[in-house]
Design a protein around this ligand. Structure first.
Ligand SMILES: [Zn+2]
Length: 346
């Protein structure tokens, strides 16, 4: 028996189909449960044709006129850090800037503007641009680690485009640093704790080996950064799961790892450009005493669904904590693999 369970129940719903003379028709779907956290997804077999997403130029022009993240506006329109964190006020690296979120969600909540461009499609980001943004986020996280080490739970997040919850078009990450883990991170850490109490040493290592062996959801790796599709996804269009297999905390990640992570992301972005533009991304870091966790990430594509601008989150996810997903994780993996430039070998 596998150490890690991939729990799913195949279900059917019956109806009399108006398209086929009201004959009886069974529609199959799956209910999947993530073994580590108990997260539930409903995998629905509806085939969708994704329209090409084009952002209207007039919308980009109008948003640029009032954009505080455009380089000429940053010095006068964005907040500065307190001097005990950064005497320079804002921290910079390459074309990226780090400064506080003007509408903070946490004691330490910062924006990282990734580039001078007001808007880029996903396939227009360069490795250097992403790597510098992540290195800058890490620099801020390290500074808090030195002055307030109890704030050990750090998250690098990205809402890409307003349809994923971003307030502005201008590409930017957000860092959140907390003294307790966020709810979903806590569930992961508690799951790892239960796993270790059963005498099994490393959940993440077992998970990775099992997924590589199964060849159903493993996309590939760039160095020590592995890319998979999640068995029980958190997004309606699936979830890319990312594991830094040799790093427990974001402050341990080195420049080479960030380059590998950025290369993998660019592969995913190449795929998204042809299908769905928008996404949410989070990296999770921090441990409970005695837990052997790893830095991991989740990327969920998002979109407003035509023809009526339908939101991709409905009552099931919002109120029942169960996610409806219209692409099977195995098919999503198959679709992503041709875009991946890394390796699938160990
Ligand atoms: Zn801008």
């Amino acid at each position: 028996m596998a150490e890690i369970q991939f729990l799913k129940k195949e279900e059917q719903s019956w109806l009399l189909d108006p398209k086929e003379g009201f004959s009886k028709k069974g529609i199959s779907f799956e209910i999947r449960r993530d073994d580590l956290t108990g997260h539930v997804s409903r995998i629905l077999p509806y085939r969708r044709k994704y329209p090409e997403v084009v952002i209207p130029p007039e919308m980009l022009d109008a948003s640029q006129k009032v954009c505080p993240f455009c380089v000429d506006q940053i010095p006068s329109a964005t907040p500065k850090l307190l001097p005990e964190i950064a005497s320079e006020g804002r921290i910079r690296r390459g074309g990226a800037w780090l400064f506080p979120n003007a509408f903070p969600y946490a004691r330490y909540n910062w924006v990282i503007v990734l580039c001078k461009d007001h808007f880029l499609y996903p396939d227009q980001f360069s490795v250097e641009m992403l790597r510098d943004g992540f290195l800058l986020a890490q620099e801020g996280i390290k500074r808090i680690g030195r002055i307030q080490p109890e704030f050990q739970y750090s998250y690098i997040n990205w809402n890409y485009l307003p349809s994923s919850g971003a307030g502005l078009f201008h590409p930017h990450l957000q860092v959140v640093i907390e003294d307790v883990p966020t709810t979903s991170h806590k569930k992961v850490l508690e799951g790892i704790s239960r796993y270790q109490k059963e005498g099994k040493p490393s959940f993440w290592q077992d998970y990775l080996l099992e997924e590589i062996k199964r060849e159903e959801r493993y996309i590939g790796h760039q160095g020590d950064v592995h890319f998979l599709t999640a068995f029980s996804p958190r997004g309606i269009f699936g979830e890319v799961f990312i594991l830094f297999s040799n790093r427990s905390r974001i402050d341990e990640v080195n420049t080479e790892d960030w380059t590998h992570f950025s290369l993998g992301l660019i592969s995913v972005f190449q795929y998204l450009r042809n299908h769905i533009v928008s996404f949410n991304l989070s990296l999770f870091s921090g441990n409970i005493e005695g837990i052997r966790s790893r830095v991991y990430g989740r990327l969920c594509p998002r979109m407003i669904i035509p023809p009526w601008n339908i939101n991709d989150i409905n009552y099931f996810e919002k109120l029942h904590d169960e996610v409806m997903c219209v692409v099977s994780p195995e098919e999503f993996c198959e679709n992503l693999r041709p875009f991946f430039t890394g390796s699938r070998d160990d």
